[in-house]
Design a protein around this ligand. Structure first.
Ligand SMILES: [Cu+2]
Length: 473
């Protein structure tokens, strides 16, 4: 028996025992029809039933209307890790998991120095991650403390039409100060999202969004670390007190879980652990190719469900289009500090980075001298590129953060925005940040010595006109 078969048979065993325990609450047969138990239906109902073919391998054949028992953290699932965020608390009432979201105006800090008035849920944007288990029934109260009506749409979740949260189509909008109730059974596991579906451009542009994770009932592929990162983009004009949701092109703050680097918390993991990252993207206009250094991951699921193993593909960059989730898994098999960031270069800049005049190559001496008569400390910046902007400690105006990142172990890290660090360690300290990785001696790029250059026949300054691959006799 190979590992795969062992896993499969264990899974079957668990299925069977689960069936016994659940006493039929979850229909586990191989019937191809989703959510129906025809034996208990009258002839009339049988005729009225449309033939529905299951389209999602993640679907657990959960009966509509009847739910499995509520899954508990630790026991039924490994809770997700939400860098810079948290999960939404719940209580169980008569077998139903009850949550409460409050849509409200929030003071949100994108990074130290940049606090904006956004719209969010339960005090922040994105709202807390809703975490549930396949097959269970959830009841989610939504209180509207915004200055205008709202709704909540449960992105990717298969549910009754009237619970879908599209304002005007599925329901009446939730008036100011009212509390609406959503209730449904979760037929699939997966990585989903929730967001407003009323006055979408304004309300999503101001931050009304969050992630919705549904764990499988059958815990075959439980990773040791399960991270959730939701991408978003904002236009926060310098000095203004709130993002401008009317913008269509020129965003200047790019966030993972609401934070721009250097405020993004690192993703910590132990060497050899199996790790999952669930990426979501609710930016207004931008897709984000999220790149990992030092490791490779497999794309294992989207918000449409699991990708069958034969269809999973390896990547070092996963494109997360607007309005989708992409789940990746990997083995943390390479110790170090590894960048994880959007590969669009403008998305790893903070404010001010995008609209500056191009001064590269400009001889600024005369300009500096002329302006210096009026402003004695004036200096033209950016004539040799922009990397100096982070390390020069330029004071930034009120309502802004420095254009580029923060201090790293070898100088300034000149990325901001949608950037974070993945820290793989042989030994993780209990709690707290493991600091920077200490590279083994001789494994850090540094200046070549004269002897090394001589040994390898590298003449600095000489144009390479002969092919380098010529073998010496
Ligand atoms: Cu991006």
């Amino acid at each position: 028996m190979n590992d795969e078969e062992r896993t499969m048979s264990r899974r079957e065993m668990m299925r069977q025992s689960a069936a016994t325990i659940a006493g039929g609450a979850v229909a586990l047969g191989a019937a191809p029809v989703f959510a129906q138990d025809h034996s208990q239906m009258s002839g009339m109902q049988m005729k009225a039933m449309p033939k529905v073919q299951p389209t999602n391998p993640a679907r657990g054949k959960v009966r509509l209307g009847k739910a499995a028992s509520p899954g508990m953290p630790g026991h039924d699932y490994t809770p997700v890790i939400v860098p810079n965020g948290r999960t939404l608390p719940f209580r169980v009432v008569n077998g139903v998991k009850v949550f409460h979201l409050v849509a409200e105006v929030v003071k949100h800090e994108f990074a130290p120095g940049l606090v904006s008035e956004c719209w969010g849920y339960n005090g922040d944007t994105p709202g807390p991650v809703i975490e549930a288990v396949q097959g269970e029934r959830v009841r989610i109260y939504v209180t509207n403390h915004l200055p205008e009506p709202t709704t909540v749409h449960w992105h990717g979740i298969i549910l009754p039409s009237g619970m879908d949260g599209v304002s005007g189509l599925s329901q009446a909008p939730i008036p100011v100060n009212a509390t609406f109730k959503y209730e449904f059974v979760l037929p699939d596991h997966g990585t989903f999202m929730y967001h407003t579906h009323h006055d979408e451009m304004v309300q999503q542009g101001l931050g009304l969004m969050g992630m919705f994770v549904v764990h499988p009932r059958d815990p075959v592929r439980r990773p040791q670390r399960d991270f959730v990162l939701l991408s978003a983009e904002w236009l926060v004009r310098i000095g203004s007190s709130r993002p401008d949701p009317n913008e269509m092109v020129d965003f200047n703050v790019f966030t993972f879980n609401g934070k721009a680097y250097p405020a993004t918390e690192p993703l910590q993991m132990q060497l050899g652990e199996r790790v999952r990252i669930r990426f979501g993207n609710l930016s207004a206009m931008s897709h984000h190719p999220i790149h990992v250094h030092g490791l490779r991951w497999r794309v294992v699921a989207t918000d449409g469900g699991d990708i069958a193993e034969a269809g999973q593909w390896p990547e070092s960059t996963v494109l997360v289009p607007v309005g989708t989730t992409r789940t990746v898994e990997f083995m943390a098999d390479n110790p170090g500090d590894w960048a994880v960031h959007c590969h669009m270069t403008h998305h790893v800049m903070n404010q001010m980075g995008h609209n500056g005049t191009n001064l590269i190559g400009v001889d600024a001496e005369k300009v500096d001298a002329a302006v210096g008569t009026l402003l004695p400390s004036y200096m033209t910046m950016g004539s040799a590129g922009m990397s100096g902007m982070s390390s020069m400690g330029m004071p930034s105006p009120k309502g802004s953060i420095s254009m580029l990142g923060g201090a790293g172990p070898h100088g300034a890290i000149d990325m901001g925005g949608m950037f974070t660090v993945l820290k793989v360690r042989e030994h993780l300290p209990k709690g707290g940040d493991p600091e920077w990785y200490v590279n083994p001696p001789g494994t850090v790029a540094d200046e070549a010595t004269a002897d090394e250059l001589k040994r390898d026949g590298v003449v600095v300054g000489a144009a390479v006109t002969t092919p380098m691959h010529k073998h010496s006799p």
